[in-house]
Design a protein around this ligand. Structure first.
Ligand code: HEC
Length: 141
């Protein structure tokens, strides 16, 4: 096997197990994972874990946690700029979360919509227009 193919193997394996975790009934078995799942695995799962279960005392779960399924603007401000929502008091988690404003409006919408419909979550979708609005408001200070 070539090196490139080997390097891709862990991602492929991780994605293969996500079937039971994503939105219920979203895709038939064996279908390629949705783009939101792929973005989640590459940008978030190292800390929040493959099924959104988190790591006790270090990184919170994303399954049913208040910010993940709460107000879309607060979630976007936290994920993009690290602006802490009231529902996430400082202290319980030892880890530090990076900021993700480098992702495009489309990527953030796809990724966060997937998170809000996965791990047992049933929160509303986030559109690229919603991301753009929060980004513009932040840039305007
Ligand atoms: C390097 C580790 C790391 C990565 C990568 C990471 N996070 Fe986090 N995340 C954390 C930590 C640590 C906290 C808690 C931080 C705090 O309270 O100061 C957190 C908190 C959160 C929360 C609040 C949980 C709640 O609902 O109460 C959400 C939502 C969240 N992260 C989403 C994401 C998303 C989406 C991604 C990928 C784009 C991501 N995180 C990537 C470490 C990470």
């Amino acid at each position: 096997m070539r090196r490139g193919a080997l390097a891709r193997l862990p991602l492929a394996l991780a994605l293969a197990t996500l079937g039971g975790c994503g939105p219920r009934g979203a895709a038939p078995p064996g279908a390629p994972p949705p783009p939101g799942a792929r973005l989640y695995v590459t940008t978030c799962s190292a800390c929040h874990q493959l099924h959104g279960e988190g790591v006790g005392g270090v990184q919170p779960p994303l399954a049913g946690t208040p910010v993940a399924v709460g107000d879309p603007d607060e979630l976007l401000r936290w994920v993009m700029f690290g602006i802490r929502p009231a529902a996430l008091p400082k202290g319980p988690y030892a880890g530090v979360m990076p900021q993700f404003s480098y992702l495009s409006d489309e990527q953030l919408a796809t990724l966060l919509t997937w998170v809000r419909a996965s791990f047992g979550n049933h929160a509303s979708a986030i559109t690229p227009a919603m991301v753009a609005t929060v980004r513009a408001a932040h840039a305007a200070g």
